[in-house]
Design a protein around this ligand. Sequence first.
Ligand code: BGC
Length: 840
Amino acid sequence: MASLRLIPLLLSALLVAAQNEAPSASVAISATITAAASSTSSALPPPPTESTYYVIPISPVAFTPLPSPSNPGPIPGVFPSAVPNNPPPVSSDPTLVPDFAPAWTVAWEKAKAKIAGFTLEEKVNVTTGVGWMNGRCVGNIPPVYPIDGRGWPGLCLEDSPLGVRYTNFVTAFPAGINTAATWNRALIRLRGIYMGQEFVGKGVHVQLGPMMNLGKNAQGGRNWEGFGAEPFLAGEAAYETILGMQQSGVQACAKHYINNEQEFDRTQESSNVDDRTEHEIYGHPFMRSVMAGVASVMCSYNLINDTYACENDRTLNQILKYEYGFQGYIQSDWSATHSTMGATAGLDMTMPGDIAFGSNTSYFGYNLTQFVLNGTIQESRLDDMATRIVAAWYLLGQDAPTFPNVSFNAFYPLDPTQNENIDVMADHYTVVHDIGAASTILLKNVNNTLPLKGVRSIAMIGSDAGPDLRGPNGYTDRGGDDGVLAMGWGSGTDNFPWLISPLEAIQARARQDHTLVSWFLDDFDYAGVATAVQGQEMAIVFVNSDSGEGYITVDGNEGDRKNLTAWHGGDELILTVAANNNNTVVVVHSVGPLIIEPWVDHPNITAILWAGVPGQEVGNSLVSILYGVWNPTGRLPYTIAKNASDYPSQLILGGTPQDILSINYTQGLFIDYRWFDAQNITPRYEFGYGLSYSTFKYSNVEVTKVYNADDAYDAELIANWEAGKPNPLTVGSTTALWLHTPAYQVSFDVTNTGDYYGGEIPQLYVHFPPESGEPPQVLKGFTNMNLVPGETQRGTITLSRYSLSIWDIASQGWLKPSGTITFTVGASSRDPRLHGTFPL
Ligand code: BGC
């Protein structure tokens, strides 16, 4: 017994040691990898810092498993009981709320039976990764033997949110930010389905995505992995992506939970966020993930309100598991576990398993076993952890004998004995092309410069027009930028099978019209550029801006972007082209917003295309837009400001390696357009903006109340809500069906008044009464409509009670604020076309 009592002390010593190590993932992959610097820049004001943070005391903690959320039984036609391989059909205006509770219950029963046959050590093994680079995938849970008998085969966890990382014959899908920019649920779902097929095809159990942090800072290094700066849009994209991925049989992992909004000091910053902002803004996409039946959630590197995310009882136990009713498991980000006691705060699995990479120590493993043996952590909690993990495996049907074995080794891709080089790409390039085109945003189009009609000569200018000097995968984890940019850098990447540059794609297309194509790819030889564009009917100039994860620094950008200007002197390049050619088209491949004031209004710039980071078919997608094969439907998933200082939030830099950096979310609910609206700041291009080659007229708006078969089950809760009264906080109260089933339907006519067939994306913004404390308007719905010239269609956007609620801190519930709630339907956040009032 005496030796067992020593363990907690040992653990606190380890905890202090680990905390000083500032672990960061994926080190030692290549010489280009460096740790993010933490030195204070003399130009910056002294940063707010902290020297202490909350450490969970090592003392016995009681545990009672959470019951499953109690929803009423399935009601046909309203919310059919969903299983991952049979989700509700995709719709541009979803009205069916899936109820995964019955499927979870079945999976939990199977998992409980399986776990019952495991020893204590075996249960611990289910929760503990094997250690960095000790398995074939970036994360590995070891098998319990005999695999075919009472045991279990373990898990392969692999990046990334856009494709299978560290292997070959896979598709490089468009990044999350482009996926969101489509505002097209069908395409988002299809990408999820195809990605899931590729992961399963390679034998991966858990795809480490989607990523849904919110782009609070325009310069945030990993914003491109996610779905933009708007909770509702990000939530819809997360929801559809997860439904798609899990339909194909891979477990999704919603990450990074939560408030991991910058790369600088990501392991040593405390995001200090008020409860309402957490619920309404940053939590929303994770809540939608739970509603999509997500199998796992990854807790992030940072602290939230002074407590590390992976041992944060408030965010893990209270919000995610209790309030959202999450039935799956929480895994740590790579080395984001800070204690064994984290298990009592809700952490179920530690990844990659070791405390620091290669340390051969773990907060779980042996230590967790000892904590259970000495009664500090109850065995029922360990059972709950293991059950959640194995239940997710059953939920996805991964117990099927046909589930493939892992057929690659992420760390030794050239070892022929461990890499079967299985081709899982099928024809998935088609959706890469379509999303690439559908996410390209037409910002400016003077006198219908685009689409191209029989243009006689085009000069293609800038390195971003052509191929990368080292080939598509020449930089480790894509940490370099010398050709067309189709992906950011870091763990959120995969290998390009090929990379069709704009130059290649346009030349293939030029044959049809006998267009002369010339190019000049040197970004800095301005005299050469001037000569190259003179006398050409059109010049297309390409610029880009890159960012990524903080373990790689590119051109002084330590993950986050140093600034919001185009790379490689892009502004000067554009101005040089525009000065020498009066039909200059600008194409931007960027991970996020840029300040484009130096050139946006230049009279010789006749069109601007904002193409994001669209994946392997980047050139083909662009050609489809240029030639009008795809009429632009992309809409900005963030605001493009006139000045970087107009944004409500900036990176917080500085501090010393010992400090915990305080990042106070002082802007609260007012991120992105919400801030610009409230502060009356005119953006350059507002959130939701994007032109089409056609024009659309909106008319005849009507709003009706919707009555559902489930209303009777929850009559009391609904009556309370309608009276503006709080409802009790219970398990799953935030994801309860009565709150999310259709409650109001807004319908309207849209007419294509232009000359081209095309898509329009009507957006619905709710305007809460000023006393509610809400921003002037918040996006709560959108739909897609495709119309031929002259055609009128009736569109609908459905809202739930949740859409019209705010988070009430006092009652810990969703409340309808008192007063009149109105809405606008329009073509962007600053282009309202129709107005109405909800019949409350
Ligand atoms: C990243 C995660 C990633 C993990 C495994 C971490 O550094 O933050 O997003 O899934 O590494 O590669």
